[in-house]
Design a protein around this ligand. Sequence first.
Ligand code: HEM
Length: 375
Amino acid sequence: MNPSIEVKDGISNMIFDLVAKKLIGFKPTKSRELRKNFQEFFHGMVSFPIYFPGTSFYRCMQGRRNVQKTLTDLLKERLSAPGEKYNDLIDQIIEELQSENPVIDVNFAIDVLSALLFASFATLSSTLAVGFKFLTDNPKVVKELKEEHTTILNKRGSLNSGFTWEEYKSLMFTSQVVNEITRISNVAPGIFRRTLADVKVNGYTIPAGWLVMISPMAVHLNPTLFEDPLEFNPWRWTDKTKQSELLRNYMPFGGGIRLCLGAEFSKLFIAIFIHVLVTEYRWKEIKGGDVLRISEMVDSNKTGGSPAGTSKQTLSAEEMDDQLEQFTSLMQQKFLSGEDFGHMDYSRIDNDEMLDDHWSKEANYDAGEKYFEED
Ligand code: HEM
């Protein structure tokens, strides 16, 4: 029987093991527990903020706390034996912390380490898993990728020489596939900005000081910007003039001054993943798996908003309060009636007796205050 693999899990292990080794020198056996905590953190990130044992938000906060603790203990341990080198980012951090005029402190170092571990693991593992699914469903794309990568293999002097920068830059079709995978996978649910001045968009005014969430998914799946947006079509990027138009609306890594720090690294990583996949492996789907989408985002009528000038342009403070109240009450109803099942596994909570013990200890404590005090 041929070996089989659960793709999402396999890719997540691969990415986390790699980044944990490079950033904090952890071996795979050690990094799995840390990964579990990151996953709890990740799952609860977009959840209703009720700090109550069993809720996604509670588990998210516990996950975050465990990650902080592991990293704090690790940094203390490594600071006490600075001579030992692991060839990881902590080596550099310790060098900086122990320099004459360090530009960072321990708290900053812990924040950076947890942010980098999270930012690289959560994004790359989902992107590659979705990419794998689209490649499997599109044999024509795999065929063209194989041709491109076999060409570079044939040009190599020695079969043992590694993937070079020149080879990477010559991979035209692969770069189109990377663009298409990142366009269609939309792993970042939102990019956040604050308006510094009143901004007019489509006839609406966003007042200065507001927090704005930009949804890359709404842009990438908008049929007026990307024809037939749900179709995985790397050839849409072939024509150079068309490509520069598409790139104006391509924002998987955000944009501007806060553009993703790992954007170029991620594109390279996906290209190397594809290189190894198509030159060294053949695979076939056994169980399959569906790509889940938030339907409202895909509906062009909803993403486009009202045309300029056809509706009231700025909400008054009372109207805003009113809308916020309606939203909060709706979310509370959903939470209380268990309709937030997308984020919560109630059967797991019901069966977990440890949560009862834990909850009785916490019962007389203001949970929010406790969390923020410890922070
Ligand atoms: C497919 C992979 C990835 C995607 C889709 C992605 C997406 C994003 C997005 C949308 C942002 C917000 C940008 C903005 O506000 O304009 C961001 C920020 C960031 N990403 Fe990534 N990312 C990926 C991989 C990585 C990797 C591998 C790293 C680490 C090496 C990383 C590190 C960061 C950091 C540090 C920021 C904050 C930048 C800042 O605020 O100045 N990302 N990423």
